[in-house]
Design a protein around this ligand. Structure first.
Ligand code: NAP
Length: 272
């Protein structure tokens, strides 16, 4: 099994990375940053996002494992004080994995730029720099609403705990095959009218935004911002590709959500 380690540069991360290199080598693992079988990310959820984009062209063969050097994350199953447990799990690896849906983003521009495809793990957003964004929103090719406001966000199930949640989106169980649209500050009047609540569409549906002509759009693909495109149309659907995690232990999703956003509480009935 060939391993790559992808990490941020924080001091406690570097300490964990050194420990992993030394002990994985002693346990007989080899390292290959170009074509790994397993990518171990050390840092946070943001570090895993960055690794995902780095290895996005090899998703069919790579499995990811996330180590968090701070609080427990959504893409990170291991804490930095559990590295020996992780190495033990890697030694008895039998190829087990859990896969989650990704977002396919197809961008068509007004200029001669060829149509582009991007994959998102969390979400894609579109905003306008100089003014409000005006865009028609289509679901499965049919006009659904005319949006005017700060911007629009389309997120994956695993991205539902990230930006989408800050925009009032629902938290989705990550294995659901669905996409969610959330609005950023929509203006509602006689001309522009939106549902004004998050919309969740299923895997056989696709979403299209057709913004009014402008040159100052900012399109984001997870943490990556693209601001040089004269966007004509963006199509969103669930991608054929999926991200796979090496699932050495079961982490209950709702327990993670509770830990991240609510914190431990005493149950009045005492049955927690
Ligand atoms: P960042 O601005 O440095 O960090 C964004 C925060 O989002 C970090 O605390 C990160 O956790 C957390 N995060 C990332 N993915 C998550 C997920 N699926 N569920 C819950 N939390 C998640 O940027 P970054 O680390 O490169 O991450 C880019 C992401 O930031 C974008 O994809 C977007 O979702 C998010 N974002 C959020 C807002 C907002 O909520 N207002 C605005 C812009 C972007 P860690 O600390 O564990 O890395």
């Amino acid at each position: 099994m060939k391993i790559a380690i992808h990490n941020n540069k924080k001091p406690n991360t570097l300490k964990a990375v050194n420990y992993l290199y030394k002990n994985l080598k002693q346990s007989g693992f080899s390292f290959d940053v170009e074509h790994p079988d397993i990518v171990i990310t050390v840092g946070g959820d943001g570090t895993l996002l960055s690794a995902f984009h780095h290895y996005a062209d090899q998703l069919d063969r790579i499995r990811f494992v996330g180590v968090h050097t701070g609080h427990l994350g959504f893409y990170t199953d291991w804490r930095d004080y559990e590295l020996n447990d992780l190495i033990r799990a890697l030694k008895v690896d039998s190829g087990q994995s859990v896969a989650y849906p990704l977002l396919d983003v197809k961008v068509t521009c007004n200029d001669k730029r060829p149509v582009e495809h991007f994959l998102c793990l969390n979400e894609s957003t579109i905003k306008r720099l100089g003014s409000t964004l005006r865009s028609n929103v289509y679901i499965k090719g049919k006009l659904f609403e005319s949006f005017r406001g700060d911007g629009l966000c389309v997120s994956t199930p695993t991205g539902s705990t990230a930006y989408s949640k800050s925009l009032g989106g629902a938290v989705l169980q990550p294995s659901l095959e669905a996409l969610q649209i959330t609005e950023m500050a929509s203006i509602n009047n006689r001309v522009y009218r939106t549902l004004s609540s998050p919309i969740i569409v299923s895997s056989d549906e696709y979403i299209t935004f057709r913004p009014s002509v402008a040159e100052d759009y900012v399109l984001t693909i997870d943490h990556i911002a693209l601001n040089d495109r004269q966007v004509k149309q963006i199509d969103y659907r669930i991608a054929d590709e999926r991200i796979r995690f090496a699932s050495y232990r079961h982490m209950n999703f709702w327990h993670r959500v509770e830990g991240a956003f609510i914190g431990s509480q005493d149950d009045e009935d005492g049955d927690r």
